[in-house]
Design a protein around this ligand. Structure first.
Ligand SMILES: Cc1cc2nc3c(=O)[nH]c(=O)nc-3n(C[C@H](O)[C@H](O)[C@H](O)COP(=O)(O)O)c2cc1C
Length: 249
């Protein structure tokens, strides 16, 4: 059939997971290299942000410069979105009382999550799952109201609005990493309670409490991996060929 095949030794071999992924270098005279490709250092910087992005829960108190915060918000705003609907909304929390109330909601849900985890309750309670009171900036990422009018790409998959919001948050996350700013995504809260607290329309939906701030150091690995809560799965177990559960040859 003459189709191109993924080179599995390259995909799965140590070199792929080692230096090769962290710092992609392509010979400049590679005949298959597209003229549209970024330069090697630019390309390496993109991959570096991807591999070194971390969900952060420890922050320094130093404020984030307003122009830097705006750059991060603009990075989010340039995310892809289904039907270009741009369903994301961000609420900057500047009121200390409101911040404490958000923290209380998260704490309440943290306790309920711990209980629901049964035998892993104690282990879970030792984890730090947010830095809401320490970080200098809190943004609530939400979906806008009246989303039922956007059916382009959502007729059978209405949740594509949420997928678009997630893309926006990921854009912000990567830009933040490149800028040396930590971002922590907190999803432990009762959405109706948060919506009420923030006076949001009935058909809108808050999805993330984003904690942003300078950090002393980015974690080397996902904190949940460092704390032995979970391990990264092998890519080869998640990649199929043609039909479900058939490994790529
Ligand atoms: C949709 C989503 C919701 C998340 N919610 C939380 C959360 O409530 N609390 C938390 O500590 N981390 C949360 N995280 C962060 C994950 O725990 C983290 O991404 C994962 O452990 C991998 O670590 P890394 O982001 O550093 O690679 C969330 C991440 C995503 C994508």
């Amino acid at each position: 059939m003459g189709r191109s095949r993924l080179s599995l030794p390259l995909l799965y071999g140590r070199c792929f997971y080692g230096d090769a992924t962290r710092c992609p270098t392509t010979a400049l005279n590679n005949p298959h290299m597209s003229q549209n490709r970024y330069s090697d250092p630019e390309c390496a910087a993109v991959y570096r942000a991807i591999y070194e992005r971390r969900d952060m829960r420890h922050f320094l108190p130093d404020p984030i410069a307003p122009e830097l915060l705006l750059r991060l918000l603009n990075a989010a705003h340039h995310a892809p979105s289904v039907g270009f609907m741009q369903p994301w909304r961000f609420i900057r929390i500047s009121c200390p009382t409101l911040r404490k109330a958000i923290h209380a909601l998260v704490e309440q849900e943290r306790m309920l999550t711990a209980k629901a985890l049964n035998e892993r309750e104690d282990e879970f309670m030792k984890l730090k799952v947010e830095g809401i009171l320490e970080c200098p900036e809190i943004l609530i990422a939400a979906l806008c109201e009246q989303r039922q009018h956007s059916i382009f790409g959502r007729r059978t998959l209405p949740e594509m609005d949420l997928a678009s919001l997630a893309c926006a948050i990921q854009n912000m996350w990567l830009a933040a990493r490149a800028e040396g700013i930590g971002l922590g995504w907190v999803s432990m809260f009762e959405p109706v309670a948060l919506k009420t607290l923030l006076n949001m329309p009935e058909d809108s939906q808050p999805f993330a409490v984003l904690c942003l701030g300078h950090v002393d150091k980015f974690y080397d690995k996902p904190m949940l991996e460092q704390e032995q809560w979970a391990d990264r799965k092998d890519l080869k177990d998640l990649l199929f060929e043609n039909v479900w559960n058939t490994p790529c040859r």
